[in-house]
Write a protein that binds this ligand. Structure first.
Ligand code: SAH
Length: 398
């Protein structure tokens, strides 16, 4: 049986919870002496025991659970999940109907009303990511609900909990048709090879869709493009399809080489005409400086944290330095596409990093475009801090 627990929200958090803040933090509630099982249903009340909302208990690095409803009578059952998933699917109607895009996010956790649950669509296949044991305890109800709302060609899942942040290798197949990987999906007419059953990531980060399109449509033609932290080279593919003269993809992971070749190949791009370097980006900066290499467009999309044998890198601390290194190998009049998915700072702070780097390099700049999460990565109303993606297109002036 699922535990039902009444929890007092501390006075200073009551207003936020009433306003619709979806995350339950340890600091927000009074749980002295209580033990709760993952997946417990929490009845949130104020100091007068007046009902505020219903949450579930599930430990994640962000908090200890998520608010599911503010309607006292609403039960958390299959019907509830059907409603949430239907609403989310309805919001993505356009994407479902767009023929030249066949991969997108269907359910974005707290933005769609259930924190800790992510559902992505890959050409008929569904990939469900579970972020706590708590939300995973609703698995049967949620899979039943999903199959009631949409036609699931094949179902895959990723467990992203009790692993100290590490992905546990497992077979991610759940039910339905087994995919033949790589599966080729379309994004604004570009092809991307994905694998839903090969480790933590699928081969493409769906949140960068609009950025890849902008690069292809407006910045690539006739340009040399350097793609750092390139992973499977998704930005390089967009650049070549947009008419780039040549791309250079740099990633330290050995697997990035075959994966990038594959992305080029499925788009019928001659990968031998492109440069793919398996190398630490920080070493590459030195290498490029030594060989006096400069680029017209540089994509900078580092992980929030990176540790190699030589360095530890955190975007919150080191982004200005990264931009200064990048500036040294960017042509005047060129473009730097600076991106970060670090949720610990906002767009304003990110722009202050950009300003710092350019000021210290005595270089003027102009911001041409800004992007955050695309529409399918729904963010809770009034709480833009959940919009973690920040991408700025910067023109390097004199
Ligand atoms: N920009 C990519 C996603 C980047 S994911 C895209 O849009 O598809 C982060 C990548 O950075 C990973 O592939 C990882 O292997 C790589 N990486 C981490 N530290 C690195 C370093 N010091 N040098 C080069 N690559 C690094």
């Amino acid at each position: 049986m699922r535990q039902l627990v009444e929890i007092k929200v501390k006075p200073k958090s009551v207003k936020d919870m009433k306003n619709g803040y979806p995350l339950l933090t340890k600091e927000a509630i009074d749980t002295a002496g209580m033990t709760m099982a993952e997946g417990s249903i929490l009845r949130l009340v104020d100091s007068n025991r007046k009902y505020i909302g219903t949450a579930y208990y599930g430990l994640q690095n962000k908090g200890i659970g998520w608010v599911l409803t503010r309607k006292e009578q609403e039960k958390i059952d299959t019907k509830f999940f059907v409603k949430k998933i239907s609403e989310a699917v309805a919001k993505r109607k356009n994407l479902y109907e767009t023929e030249d895009t066949t991969a997108f996010r269907v359910f974005n956790g707290e933005g769609d009303g259930i924190g800790g649950l992510i559902i992505d669509f890959y050409d008929g296949f569904y990939m469900v990511s579970w972020y706590s044991e708590g939300i995973y305890s609703f698995r049967d109800d949620i899979y039943q609900a999903l199959s009631k709302v949409v036609t699931v060609r094949g179902l895959y899942e990723k467990l992203r909990f009790n692993t100290n942040g590490q992905y546990v290798e497992q077979d991610d197949y759940v039910s339905g048709e087994k995919g033949e990987f790589p599966l080729i999906v379309l994004e604004n007419g570009m092809k991307y090879a994905v694998d839903l059953n090969d480790g933590a990531m699928t081969g493409i980060f769906l949140d960068q869709r609009e950025v890849r399109k902008a690069l292809r449509d407006h910045y690539a033609k006739g340009k040399t493009v350097l793609n750092t932290f390139s992973y499977t080279g998704a930005f390089s593919v967009a650049a070549v399809l947009g008419g780039a003269i040549k791309t250079t993809s740099v990633d330290v992971a050995k697997r990035s080489l075959p994966k990038t070749i594959e992305q080029f190949a499925v788009n019928e791009i001659d990968y031998e005409a492109q440069d793919i370097k398996v190398m630490d980006v920080f070493d590459y900066f030195r290498y490029a400086a030594r060989h006096e290499l400069k680029f017209d467009v540089v994509v900078l999309d580092p992980p929030s944290f990176a540790r190699t044998k030589k360095i530890t890198f955190s975007t919150a601390k080191d982004y200005p330095k990264l931009l200064k290194d990048t500036l040294k190998i960017t042509n005047q009049g060129g473009i730097i596409i600076a991106s970060t998915n670090n949720a610990s700072f906002n767009m304003k702070k990110f722009k202050s990093f950009i300003d710092k780097a350019f000021t210290e390099s005595n270089t003027r700049y102009k911001i041409l475009e800004e992007h955050q999460l695309p529409e399918d990565f729904t963010v809770p109303h009034n709480y833009p801090e959940f919009n973690y993606l920040k991408v700025v297109f910067i023109k390097v002036m004199s």
